[in-house]
Design a protein around this ligand. Structure first.
Ligand code: DAH
Length: 343
């Protein structure tokens, strides 16, 4: 019995001193203490020589070393596995796995950029309905009934028993809604979708997007309008950009102008994008007609203001050189995936 105890103690001691740091050492340990020809089995052979009355105690003693060996083996095995996993996770040379985050629509990118340019000089965003009444889309904007200017825009009318309704033909309708609800100073931009009854082609669509701008305060002048638009053009197309204003006509502004920016591709020298003129048209603008102020309850003797309206597709087209308007609404992923930023 004392021999047996001594053998067990030596083995326990050996296990305690065993250090396992790699798979080879683990295997050595397994062969010696766990495998089919392990040393603990030899102890069971010794058990035969122990007197009967001591067998129980001796058996328990051998089991102790057996359990200890198994416990030690399992712990070492687990430890080796986790450190192997850890070293995998900590492989800094491993290439990153890209997230698939989709892309923003080019119209959203450009619209957001226009908004942020005007927000930087104190404009706030306002919105109005796409189904609009005649008053907000036309009458309050100085288009009298049957005025030929209404023919400038082919309108989708919606039949209603009570009131004539239409899909708005421009975001200028939002100007009216803002002025009806707010007294100056007003500095607002109104992004949104507009509709016109046009045959769909590369150059025209039955819906598109505009951003309207409106600034009303005491003694706002044409010079303020010009500087605001120059600031916008430089922010949008680059510091070297110039603008030019051409006289034009809109019922809601007087005087009115159309604005061109110097062609960013040829820097004004002339190329096929600007049709060899060096200029590209981007928006319409003017000093708000006093009739429009009065129609929305603003005293035109105290206040004046300017307004402008631009097409988002047009700006996107110039920024991205997309020459077919239909691409913006066809949802072809090969097209849409190419836009990540308007910068
Ligand atoms: N509403 C005009 C259009 O759709 C664009 C426009 C021109 C808006 C002049 C304005 C403006 O506010 O002053 O073509």
């Amino acid at each position: 019995m004392s021999d047996l105890k001594e053998n067990v103690d030596t083995l326990l001691d050996e296990i305690n001193r065993f250090s396992i740091t790699n798979p080879e050492e683990l295997e050595q340990f397994r062969l010696r203490f766990i495998g089919s020809k392990n040393v603990i089995k030899d102890l069971f052979a010794l058990l035969k020589q122990v007197p009967n009355e001591e067998k129980r105690e001796a058996g328990q003693y051998i089991n102790k070393v057996k359990l200890k060996a198994e416990e030690f083996f399992n712990a070492a095995k687990e430890q080796l596995q986790t450190s192997e996993e850890k070293s995998l996770n900590l492989d800094f040379s491993r290439p990153g796995e890209p997230y698939k985050i989709g892309a923003q629509h080019p119209i959203s990118l450009v619209r957001n950029e226009i908004i942020s340019i005007f927000e930087r000089i104190g404009f706030v965003v306002s919105e109005g309905p796409e189904i609009e009444d005649d008053w907000h889309n036309f009458s309050a904007l100085n288009f009298p009934p049957e005025h030929p200017a209404r023919d400038m825009q082919d309108t989708f009318f919606i039949e209603r028993e009570t009131k004539e309704m239409a899909l708005r033909t421009h975001t200028s309708s939002v100007q009216v809604r803002v002025m009806e609800n707010q007294q100056p100073p007003i500095r607002t931009i109104s992004p949104g979708r507009v509709y016109r009854n046009e045959a769909i082609s590369a150059r025209a669509h039955c819906f598109f997007h505009q951003v309207e701008g409106l600034y009303i305060d005491k003694s706002v002048s044409f010079a303020d309008l010009k500087q605001t638009l120059l600031y916008f053009a430089k922010e949008m197309f680059g510091e070297h950009t110039r603008i030019r204003l051409r006289p034009s006509y809109f019922p809601f502004t007087e005087p009115s102008a159309e604005v061109d920016v110097s062609c960013s591709l040829c820097n004004g020298k002339g190329c096929n994008v600007c049709k060899y003129t060096g200029w590209l048209e981007i928006l319409g603008c003017g000093i708000v007609d006093p009739n429009v102020l009065e129609a929305s309850g603003i005293d035109s003797k105290v206040y004046s203001g300017f307004a402008f309206g631009m097409g988002v597709e047009r700006i996107a087209q110039l920024k991205y050189r997309v020459n077919d308007l239909r691409l913006y609404s066809e949802n072809d992923l090969r097209f849409l995936k190419q836009f990540t930023s308007a910068e």
